[in-house]
Design a protein around this ligand. Structure first.
Ligand code: FMN
Length: 458
């Protein structure tokens, strides 16, 4: 069988992910895996129609398609996403329709599931036959058990194609309502005082709802609001995955384009940040994705700590819960506050006006009071995963992260809590006695609330 492997790594064949595909090829020499570099060649693919057509021809002539990519910021790299956009923009979905497909990623398992959800949803939108996905840790190939697992996955993928096995879809098509937002006048504006408010948008001329929502939001303030369009910034390209920033946060693009300066001088100095964009396929645009990927020069450290963050989204956010989860998680990982999200998917123009004004009011109120919501599992889990990685195998090369984590007190391993450890050991020993266990069971509920009651009673 012939399998088209769409390589999402900007590193081309010097990619961790591609080593996993090489392994599959070695294990299954009876099948021909055709490696196609997508992310690394995106500029050529986008500008040269022949290059794009060659890829389509490979897909057309294949029995299956393997989406093989690193996970970048909860998703796939920006360039890979751009390729997906091109498929829809150029109306060539039919080339992919009814092809068997699977997804393989490498990562450190930080939001690999949202990347997989995204690819699966795109495959469903393309009417492909999704046969499964495999998320490898970037070092898994060195382990016998993991190699075996990968072999079983690949074998099952080939078998599914050979047997023409049925596959089920997981995502309903997204419904977009036809609605023109007509903003009303802002009457009760809010004054942000000394707080710096910055809106970042990627709106383009045809995106009238998005443009109007940003304008109406801006008009909600009596004080200054700076609006920056990502398309007006000179951004030479997306993250190359070279990891040269790991030592001291110095990106290879540094002063070659405007991104780093923009991030450091506009975003890091703001108190209130609004990100505005339109849903494109199952995420925002690839321009927005480029924004997120390039922020990797900050490493795994939060770079927008304590900021109030809002989103203005044009499009069906409620039908793309995966994107919603990504936005929630990204803000939590930043140790910032997601003040609110306004979309144009529900309600009339007056309702959206009210929501935008309310968002502006809340952003200012929370910026004044310093309110940051408690993180959920997304932020707590993510922080612990990064903590362990930066303490352990990623300490080198991510020296800048290590130093900052130390400073911020991120290395809060429970191992150092000696009182708790002695207490636990002592109680575990006692719990070998049935009489003690009986007493514990009797008092468990009361003992759990006792320390809290002491706080309430002062
Ligand atoms: C810009 C950037 C963003 C990343 N984002 C994530 C992420 O969100 N989750 C994760 O687990 N790993 C993330 N990684 C780690 C890569 O997924 C991992 O190193 C992968 O194995 C690289 O594969 P490649 O060599 O094929 O490009 C990121 C790496 C880079 C450079």
């Amino acid at each position: 069988m012939k399998i088209a492997v769409l390589n999402g790594s900007p590193k081309g064949m010097t990619s961790v992910t591609m080593q996993y595909v090489h392994y599959i090829q070695n294990e299954f020499p009876q099948h021909a895996l055709k490696f196609i570099n997508i992310s690394q060649r995106i500029k050529k693919i986008e500008s040269d129609e022949r290059a794009f057509q060659e890829i389509l021809d490979e897909v057309k002539g294949s029995d299956g398609v393997l989406w093989a990519s690193p996970v970048y910021y909860f998703l796939v790299p920006a360039n890979y996403k751009r390729f997906i956009e091109l498929i829809f923009e150029r109306n060539v979905e039919s080339v992919f329709a009814n092809k068997y497909t699977a997804c393989l990623t490498t990562s450190i398992h930080f939001f690999d599931h949202t990347a997989h959800n995204y690819i699966h949803a795109v495959c469903d939108d393309l009417n492909m036959k999704f046969a499964g996905s495999f998320s490898a840790d970037m070092g898994d190939l060195r382990k016998v058990a993991e190699r075996e697992r990968l072999g079983l996955f690949a074998g099952k993928f080939f078998e599914t194609i050979e047997n023409k096995a049925p596959t089920s879809m997981s995502h309903m098509p997204v419904f977009r309502r036809d609605f023109d937002y007509l903003p009303g006048e802002a009457r009760d504006t809010v004054d942000a005082g000394a707080k710096k408010v910055v809106v970042v948008t990627d709106s383009q001329d045809h995106q009238l709802n998005l443009i109007s929502m940003v304008e109406r939001f801006k008009a909600s303030f009596s004080s200054d609001v700076e609006v920056i369009n990502l398309h007006d910034l000179d951004i030479k390209g997306s993250c190359l995955g070279c990891v040269q920033c790991a030592y001291d946060n110095q990106c290879v693009y540094n002063d070659k384009d405007e991104y780093i300066d923009f991030f450091n001088t506009k975003l890091k100095t703001a108190d209130i940040l609004i990100f505005a964009g339109a849903i494109q396929d199952r995420y925002l645009s690839s321009r927005w994705k480029m924004f997120f990927d390039r922020s990797f020069f900050n490493g795994h450290a939060p770079s927008l700590i304590g900021k109030q963050i809002g989103f203005i989204i044009s499009g069906p956010l409620s039908q793309t819960p995966n994107l919603r989860q990504i936005l929630d998680a990204w803000v939590e990982i930043q140790l910032a506050n997601l003040t609110g999200i306004v979309t144009d998917e529900f309600g009339d123009s007056a309702k959206i006006d009210d929501l935008l004004q309310d968002l502006a009011n809340n952003l200012v109120q929370f910026a004044d009071s310093g309110y940051i919501k408690t993180p959920t599992f997304l932020g707590v889990g993510g922080k612990k995963l990064f903590r362990d990685e930066i303490w352990g195998r990623l300490r080198f090369p991510f020296r800048a992260d290590y130093l900052l984590y130390k400073k911020l007190g991120v290395f809060d391993f429970p191992q150092k809590n000696y009182k708790m450890r002695i207490q636990s050991a002592f109680m575990s020993l006692l719990s070998k006695s049935p009489a003690f266990r009986k007493e514990v069971n009797k008092r468990m509920k009361d003992e759990m609330i006792k320390p809290l009651q002491r706080v309430i009673e002062g």
